[in-house]
Design a protein around this ligand. Structure first.
Ligand code: CA
Length: 662
């Protein structure tokens, strides 16, 4: 009897069925694996697979001939290896095949997952693809270089969505809504205005920040002809481009090579590319690729064991866990190295822990310190991780030099985001002057700014001005045109255009990093839809005929950008320079004025005076002594000079005046 038992035991051992899953007191006790061979190491002779899933009972590799449907051609058990990894090698050519992993843990057989480190996928990203990455590189890729940028305050960021920007028939593009639209040069609207890439060059921006480019889950890539739209804040495969923006989502090479081609073309035209990354949550929780591979590990949970939800999207990730942090760091590095990305915008960065954001900065510094990082220093709801540990706006000094969006200058200009029909400084609402001054000083400590009177903070969160992103609108909430129409339903279009110009003049002359939302330079609207994340193209598209209709507005933005680029005084790099050279002046209610002295930051202009009149009526303003050359007045900008002024002058309703003097 004993002999039989031993035989049975030996048989079970031979089958490899005796593996006893490791147990851990908590998710934080999982072992750390730091190898760089995650998931797939391919060569023609063999493919090595390695996944990290410490508490699994078993992991199986399935190999398929196709990206969807059909049975696996091979199902291979993986072997438990060091530090929570599981391994199997397939000693034959697997190029062109697809694969998934399937984890069993605590008696539950989880759905198959392409893993968390899939770098290529088939349609809809359910299976990882084995491809030859060399073939994804466009000609000349090895010579691709980042456009030069000395300081982040030199950046002028333009936020766009692939479909918004090129889906309209009158965009003049061929590749509507695709990565490749941004590779098309010399496109024009039917009325002869430059569109697409040529429009960006004409406007003069330095960076595009594009809404999510990684593979997301909300769009069915097999039904792209059904006019599907989503912003894409629902990540599925973090390290693969989205198939909906590829010309052929079924071909795993298409999305990769086309995104690279886009980056290369933008670089050739002097424009840097900022990737919008959403590591803070996934499209789904239970069935995300992350959770199917390492159940629970990537997420935070409440004390009662339920999923915490600081993202407002059903889950939140746990960057403070060592292997989640490592995943984020390695993923960001991967986008830089494989796709030549120049910067990152972290969605709901306030969910991530400070240590992770610092680790990401350190990793990028090793590659190129000019790769920028900024993010939303807030969350959508509460998180179980303490505020003091997370990358919230007011903690920005702890994760210097990473930048945060200034909702303070935004809401000071246009009104509190929670009060849709209430306005701010530019619409004539009084009481926001101090927050405007705070924004002008780039959210740095300035002796003339009273921190107790600022919209959403009492902290000068920027150590130096490049930590503040100044903006009046982005993809979230109403775009500027819709917001102004809501707040001032009786105002004429002429009045609204004047207010629009005033708002962007504040953005583009303030210390810090200016940011504009695509299409606002041509008075784009979203037909009053605020949260247009899944609205049809008809709501979200940029109508390029507007460029003809609102040519005056476009020229104003263009000149404003040219002004900023020509005058380093608006782009100071230290808080000390701002304190030493920028002085606020006494003004009437709802007027803010300041002077920048001393050829600040090497400017050719010795003294620069800026006056913002937020009132909807003209104001009389007495210039400091001497003669002042006006370059911006009454809604016009001309760097060569508009008029010479002295003494008492008129600043028209809702407008900016900019002057310089010897
Ligand atoms: Ca997708």
């Amino acid at each position: 009897m004993k002999k039989i038992l031993l035989l049975v035991l030996a048989f079970i051992m031979l089958c490899g069925c005796t593996y006893k899953a490791k147990t851990y007191a908590s998710l934080d006790d999982y072992p750390v694996y730091e190898g760089n061979d995650m998931e797939l190491t391919y060569s023609p002779a063999k493919s090595d697979f390695c996944v990290w899933s410490p508490a699994a009972q078993s992991v199986v590799l399935k190999i398929y001939d196709a990206a969807q449907d059909g049975e696996p051609s091979e199902t291979l058990p993986m072997k438990a290896a060091e530090k929570g990894t599981w391994r199997v090698s397939v000693k034959k050519e697997l190029l062109g095949k697809f694969y998934t992993f399937q984890v069993t843990q605590d008696g539950t057989v989880y759905d198959e997952t392409p893993g968390i480190w899939a770098k290529a996928v088939g349609v809809n990203g359910n299976r990882a693809a084995i491809i030859d990455f060399v073939k994804t590189n466009p000609d000349g890729w090895e010579n691709d270089v980042r456009p030069k940028m000395d300081n982040f305050t030199d950046a002028i960021i333009y936020e766009l969505h692939y479909r918004d920007f090129s889906i309209a028939e009158n965009s003049g593009n061929k590749n509507h809504g695709k990565f490749l639209a941004l590779t098309e040069e010399n496109t024009v609207s039917p009325k002869g205005e430059k569109t697409g890439l040529s429009h960006l060059k004409e406007l003069g921006i330095t960076h595009v920040q594009i809404l999510p480019s990684y593979d997301y889950g909300s769009i069915d890539e097999t039904k792209l002809d059904e006019n599907v739209y989503n912003w894409g804040y629902d990540p599925k495969n973090y390290n693969v481009p989205e198939g909906g923006y590829a010309t052929d989502p079924y071909n795993p090479y298409s999305r990769i090579s086309e995104l690279k081609k886009m980056v290369q073309t933008l670089h050739q035209n002097g424009i840097r590319v900022i990737m919008d990354v959403v590591y803070n949550h996934t499209f789904v929780g239970e069935t995300s690729p992350l959770n199917l591979l390492v159940p629970k590990y990537f997420y935070r949970f409440k004390e009662d064991g339920s999923w915490s939800d600081a993202s407002g999207c059903g889950n939140e990730t746990a960057s403070e866990r060592v292997m989640v942090r490592r995943f984020m760091v390695e993923s960001v590095k991967y986008w830089v190295k494989e796709y030549h990305i120049d910067g990152f915008r972290f969605d709901l960065m306030g969910i991530h822990d400070i240590e992770t954001m610092r680790a990401i900065r350190a990793a990028l510094d090793e590659i190129d310190p000019s790769i920028s990082i900024h993010g939303e220093g807030w969350t959508a709801a509460g998180s179980p991780l303490a505020d003091s540990l997370r990358a919230l706006k007011n903690n920005a000094p702890k994760f210097y030099p990473t930048a945060v969006f200034s909702d303070d200058i935004r809401d000071a200009m246009r009104g509190n985001w929670t009060e849709g029909d209430k306005g701010g400084f530019v619409t004539g609402t009084k009481g926001y002057e101090e927050s405007i001054k705070f924004g002008i000083a780039g959210a740095t400590a300035h002796s003339q700014v009273d921190l107790l009177k600022i919209c959403h903070t009492n902290t000068a969160y920027s150590i130096n001005p490049f930590q503040a992103i100044n903006y009046v609108s982005c993809h979230d909430d109403p775009c500027l045109t819709d917001k102004l129409r809501t707040v001032l339903p009786k105002a004429s279009e002429k009045e609204l255009l004047a207010i629009d110009k005033l708002a962007q003049t504040i953005v583009l002359t303030s210390q810090g990093v200016p940011f504009i939302f695509a299409g606002e330079e041509i008075f784009r609207n979203k037909k009053g839809v605020h949260n247009s994340y899944n609205s049809p193209d008809s709501i979200n598209l940029i109508d390029w005929n507007y460029k003809t209709t609102y040519r005056d507005l476009f020229d104003y933005y263009k000149n404003l950008i040219a002004l900023r680029k020509a005058h380093p005084a608006f782009r100071m790099t230290t808080a000390k320079d701002i304190q030493d050279n920028l002085q606020f002046l006494e003004t009437d209610k709802n007027v803010v004025a300041y002077i920048i002295n001393n050829n600040a930051n090497g400017d050719a202009w010795k003294n620069i005076l800026v006056v913002f009149n937020g009132n909807r009526t003209p104001v009389s303003y007495t210039l400091p002594s001497g003669k002042w050359n006006a370059v911006c007045l009454d809604g016009k900008i001309d760097l060569k000079g508009i008029a010479t002024k002295s003494g008492k002058i008129n600043i028209s309703a809702s407008s900016a005046g900019i002057f310089w003097a010897e």
